[in-house]
Design a protein around this ligand. Structure first.
Ligand code: ZN
Ligand code: ZN
Length: 137
């Protein structure tokens, strides 16, 4: 059993079943909707319970061949779900899980040049000492 919530706590959901490892989507639509690459897990539709559907606003995803929609919180605006109705699963933002520490990044998709460059130099724990910062003596 896992629980999740948006930043303000209006959107609450629970998951009773296995979840997928994380896929980080760098597509233009995700970046536009969320302000950056979107790290998402996914769950079987029947294993997901949203406490109050009325807290969600659904927008058609700008670019999608799956007729997908993004579900965001009506209060704080955080994008919580990505849902393509024909699929048996629903994707959700990893950052909204109460505890996603056991999930690994399984892959990065729609990676453009900038993201590919940064992925090659990724550091999991913030700025490493090897980065030269001119104003740091
Ligand atoms: Zn919220
Ligand atoms: Zn995307």
């Amino acid at each position: 059993m896992r629980d999740g919530a948006c930043r303000c706590g209006a959107v609450l959901y629970s998951i009773d079943g296995p979840v997928r490892d994380l896929i980080v989507c760098h597509c233009g639509a995700c970046v536009e909707a969320t302000g950056g690459p979107w790290a998402a897990s996914a769950v079987a539709r029947e294993d997901l319970t949203v406490v109050d559907e009325a807290t969600l606003r659904w927008d058609r995803a700008a670019v999608s061949e799956h007729d997908a929609r993004r579900g965001s919180c009506r209060s704080c605006g955080v994008v919580v779900f990505w849902d393509a109705p024909a699929r048996p699963t629903v994707s959700f933002a990893a950052a909204t899980l109460v505890d996603a520490s056991d999930l690994e990044v399984a892959g990065e998709i729609w990676v453009g040049e900038t993201a590919a460059r940064s992925a090659a130099t990724a550091h999991p724990a913030g700025l490493p000492a090897s980065v030269v910062v001119p104003w740091r003596g």
